[in-house]
Design a protein around this ligand. Structure first.
Ligand SMILES: [Zn+2]
Length: 456
C-alpha cells in the first residue's frame, strides 16, 4: 500500500436497523457483515455502528440508535455514513429523504452498500425514485406482516397486551393468572346480582381488591372487562359501536379471530347473560325509566316534576292537578338536553384552556390522511422543503391540539364521571349519580338547562 493511498482512508459510521418483518437478509448480523466487507474493500475505517433493534413482534418506534447516530455525526468529523440497504435509513420514503437531507447538510457522504447508491450523487429525480421504491416496498412489507400476524392469532397466539386475568407464556400463548381470574369471575357474578358497574366497582374496593396498577376500581374498567369476549376462551376483535338512524348505539357481534382457543375464565352462558343486561340497561332511558326523577324542577312553579314513562313526559304537581299553566316536558325533549348539560358541566369543571373553533371541527383521521399525502408529495418531490415544512407545521399543531383534547377525554373516561356513564349507556347509574350529588335542574326562559340550589 502506497503513502498516497493512505491519505484516501476515510472514516465512516454505520447505521443498522431491524424491522418487525423477519427477513433474514435484514438481520443486524447480516447488515453489519455487508457493511464491514465493503469497508475492507474500500479502505474505510468503521468508527462506530449504531443499531436500532426491535424485540420480536414489535417495531422500532423511537429509533434511539438513530438519535445517537445523528448527534454523533454532528459532533465528530466523519466522511461517510454507511447502511446495508437504503430503506434501513427510514421506514418510509419520506423518512428516508429526511434522514438523507440531515446527513447531506453536514456534508457527509451517504452510501447504501448493497444497492450501490451514493446519496450525494443522486439527482433529485433519482432521489424521488428511491423514496417511492422504499414507500412501495414498505407497503408490501406491511401487508405481508399483517398476514403473518393474522395467521399467528389464528393459531392462538396473543399479539397484543393480554387482557386482565391473563398473561403470555414464552411462546405468546395466553395463560390464566389465577388471582386475577378470580376477580374477573367475581366481576361477572356480582354484576348479574348488582346490575351496575358502579356498584360492582364499589363492591371490589370494599372487598379490598385493587387494579393491577394499584389504583382503586372504577366503573369504566369494570365495564371494559364485562364487554371483553376474550374471557370466553377465544380471541375476538372488538366490534365498533354503530350509530343507527335513531342515534341509539348498537353493539355488533365481535369478530372471532382464533381457531385455537385459550383457557376460558367466563362461560359463554354467563358472558351472554351479562351482555343482555348491559344492552337492556342502555335502552332503559327510553322505556320504563324516568331518568330525571327527583332531579327535575318545574320552570314555572319551581316544584318537583314527576316522570310518567307511559306518557313519556314530566309534569309538576300543579299541572297534574290541572291547576296551572305549568309546562309539560317531554322525555324526548328534556332528557337529551340534560345529558348534554351533564357532559359540558364536567368539561367546565376541568377548565379547558383552549377552545376549539367549532366551525372547523377537525377530524383526526383527516389530519393523518393529510399528513400522509404531504409526506408522499414531499417524497416524490412535488413540493419544496419550505412548502413541506409550512404545511407540516400546521398539521402537527392541529394534531397536538386534538391530542390534548384526547388526553382530556381519556382522563374523564377512566372513572365514574357522567360523561363515561353516558357514553356507555348506563343511564340508571347517571340517575343515581345525579341524586347522590343532589343535582337539581330546571330550565330558564331561553330553554337552557340551569342548576338550582334547593336547600331543603
Ligand atoms: Zn309547575
Amino acid at each position: 500500500m502506497s503513502a498516497v493511498e493512505n491519505i484516501l482512508i476515510r472514516f465512516a459510521v454505520a447505521y443498522a436497523r431491524t424491522s418487525s418483518a423477519s427477513n433474514p437478509k435484514h438481520s443486524i448480523e447480516n447488515q453489519i457483515a455487508v457493511i464491514k466487507e465493503y469497508c475492507d474493500k474500500h479502505n474505510i475505517v468503521l468508527v462506530k455502528i449504531f443499531i436500532d433493534e426491535a424485540k420480536t413482534g414489535t417495531t422500532v418506534t423511537n429509533r434511539e440508535g438513530y438519535q445517537t447516530f445523528k448527534r454523533f455525526i454532528g459532533d465528530n468529523d466523519i466522511d461517510l455514513v454507511l447502511v446495508a440497504y437504503s430503506d434501513r435509513l427510514g421506514r418510509e420514503g419520506f423518512e428516508f429523504i429526511r434522514s438523507l437531507s440531515e446527513i447531506k447538510k453536514k456534508e457527509i457522504e451517504f452510501i447504501s452498500v448493497s444497492e450501490k447508491i451514493n446519496g450525494s450523487e443522486l439527482s433529485p429525480i433519482q432521489l424521488g425514485f428511491t423514496a417511492v421504491r422504499i414507500e412501495f416496498e414498505n407497503i408490501l412489507r406491511k401487508q405481508r406482516l399483517s398476514e403473518a400476524i393474522q395467521s399467528e392469532i389464528k393459531k392462538g397466539r396473543c399479539m397484543n397486551q393480554p387482557s386482565y386475568g391473563y398473561t403470555k407464556d414464552n411462546n405468546g400463548f395466553l395463560i390464566v393468572v389465577k388471582e386475577q381470574a378470580a376477580v374477573v369471575k367475581e366481576i361477572f357474578d356480582s354484576y348479574i346480582q348488582l346490575q351496575s358497574s358502579v356498584k360492582v366497582a364499589a363492591h371490589l374496593n370494599e372487598s379490598g381488591y385493587s387494579k393491577p396498577n394499584g389504583s382503586p376500581w372504577d366503573s369504566a374498567f369494570v365495564y371494559k372487562i364485562l364487554r371483553n369476549k376474550n374471557y370466553t376462551g377465544n380471541q375476538y376483535r372488538k366490534s365498533k359501536l354503530q350509530e343507527s338512524f335513531s342515534k341509539k348505539r348498537i353493539y355488533l357481534d365481535d369478530e372471532l379471530l382464533t381457531e385455537v382457543g385459550h383457557q376460558a375464565i367466563i362461560e359463554m352462558k354467563t358472558f351472554t347473560k351479562v351482555q343482555e343486561i348491559l344492552d337492556k340497561k342502555s335502552k332503559t332511558r327510553i322505556v320504563r325509566f324516568n331518568l330525571l326523577a327527583k332531579v327535575l324542577y318545574c320552570p314555572n312553579c319551581n316544584s318537583i316534576m314527576y316522570g310518567d314513562f307511559r306518557k313519556q313526559k314530566y309534569v309538576c304537581k300543579e299541572r297534574r292537578e290541572q291547576k296551572s299553566q305549568c309546562p309539560v316536558l317531554h322525555k324526548d325533549y328534556i332528557e337529551p338536553k340534560v345529558l348534554t348539560f351533564l357532559k359540558t358541566r364536567e368539561l367546565k369543571n376541568v377548565e379547558v384552556t383552549e377552545q376549539q373553533d367549532t366551525n372547523s371541527v377537525i377530524n383526526r383521521q383527516d389530519l393523518l390522511e393529510q399528513k400522509k399525502e404531504l409526506e408522499l408529495k414531499f417524497a416524490t418531490l412535488k413540493i419544496s422543503v419550505k412548502q413541506f415544512n409550512n404545511e407540516m407545521k400546521k398539521i402537527i399543531t392541529n394534531l397536538n391540539r386534538l391530542n390534548e383534547q384526547k388526553n382530556f377525554v381519556v382522563t374523564i373516561d377512566n372513572d365514574d364521571s357522567f360523561t363515561s356513564l353516558i357514553e356507555r349507556g348506563e343511564f340508571e347509574e347517571v340517575s343515581e349519580k345525579m341524586k347522590k350529588e343532589k343535582i337539581k335542574i330546571s330550565l330558564n326562559d331561553n330553554e337552557e338547562i340551569i342548576e338550582i340550589n334547593k336547600n331543603n
